[in-house]
Design a protein around this ligand. Structure first.
Ligand code: ZN
Ligand code: ZN
Length: 356
């Protein structure tokens, strides 16, 4: 059998779509990038009043019934609470996303929930090795608190990096591979994204990158969930049984033909967590990050229903756009597309959304 098309002949990974043909050449234009970033006029950092926070409404220890809660910690870090299961995506609690303590992008808003305020976490979904997604101090703290009670799901070639921190409960998956999540009711599937990876000592694209879909395990019936109807007072009609939710976390990605396939194979999604920031300058960022208009297209490609949850903005300054621009543009793109207003979410840091 031939290797999947995103496995390069030299052992590195690549983006297998015609649209991604020139991506690597663009990223190699070091001097053009350096000049652009050095000469750019940066809009000021947001004032705290421009990024108001919300008090998280986290369920302890987990949600029950058919409820789903998604709490935005900031950037790509979210707490997804499903019946009997708490999952973190790309957890970053550090002040800076950088290999250095005192240098590098500094967060505008502190994490709205301390690590030790988290309910028990059973699984972490990691999308790739960039510092704004793979944060060693946070990972060490989570491992210290939860140990082997926590399963780490990653794309290919992260087990060694995690193993060096003493973490052995690691499930490495290739695109379209899935693994049962703790509790056995949901499966996490690694899905394609148009991105890249690099983290010393490894070079570019030596580790895979991905998004994640969390979907119910086929063949089980909803009756396995705790029955809300059991506690309904006499004479009150019980809630109808709820369908178990499907969630898509898009990771970091440029706009990509794979989104429609993700929707076809694993949707329709009840919530799509889509990055809307880190997109300027376009000539350089387009291969690896969507702008807000593309993020809305991605949602429509993925099935175009359920909650759109805006992530990857308003936390770290990584690129040249005004940090407050992505929400403005995503709202405009949403209206332009004629999508229902209640489905668009631009959460405040710490805000908990109930979906499903
Ligand atoms: Zn990245
Ligand atoms: Zn990122």
């Amino acid at each position: 059998m031939s290797a999947p098309s995103h496995h390069g002949p030299d052992g590195r990974f690549l983006n297998p779509w015609p649209v991604a043909k020139g991506d690597d050449e663009i990223r190699r234009q070091f001097w053009r990038v350096a000049r652009t970033f050095l000469l750019a006029r940066r809009p000021p950092n947001p004032r705290p009043s421009q990024l108001p926070t919300a008090r998280p409404e986290v369920a302890h220890p987990t949600v029950d019934g058919g409820e789903v809660r998604i709490t935005w910690i900031g950037h790509a870090s979210t707490l997804i609470q499903l019946p009997g299961l708490n999952v973190l995506t790309d957890p970053v609690w550090s002040t800076r996303c950088s290999p250095f303590r005192a240098l590098g992008p500094r967060r505008f808003v502190p994490p709205p929930l301390a690590l030790d305020e988290l309910p028990p976490i059973q699984a972490v979904l990691l999308s790739h090795d960039h510092y704004d997604h793979l944060d060693r101090p946070t990972i060490e703290a989570l491992h210290a608190r939860f140990g082997d009670g926590l399963t780490w799901l990653t794309p290919l070639r992260y087990a060694e990096w995690l193993g060096a921190l003493g973490i052995t409960r690691v499930v490495e998956l290739d695109w379209w591979e899935g693994a049962l999540l703790p509790g056995g009711r949901f499966r996490a599937v690694a899905v394609p994204a148009r991105h890249w990876s690099r983290r010393k000592p490894l070079g570019t694209n030596q580790r895979l990158w991905c998004g994640w879909a969390v979907v119910p395990v086929e063949g089980e019936v909803d009756a396995a969930l705790p029955e809300r109807a059991d506690v309904a007072p006499a004479g009150v009609a019980p809630d109808p049984p709820r369908r178990r939710p499907r969630i898509w976390f898009a990771g970091d990605s440029g706009y990509c033909p794979a989104f429609a396939e993700i929707g076809r194979r694993l949707g329709p999604f009840d919530a799509s967590l889509v990055p809307i920031g880190a997109y300027e300058p376009r000539w350089f960022m387009e291969p690896s990050h969507m702008n807000p208009e593309e993020a809305v297209r991605a949602y429509r490609d993925g099935g175009g229903r359920g909650a759109f949850v805006s992530i990857h903005w308003g936390t770290f300054r990584l690129t040249l756009e005004d940090p407050l621009e992505p929400p403005v543009r995503v709202r405009a793109a949403w209206d332009e597309a004629g999508l229902p207003a209640p489905d668009l979410h631009v959460p405040r840091h710490g805000e908990t959304l109930q979906v499903g």
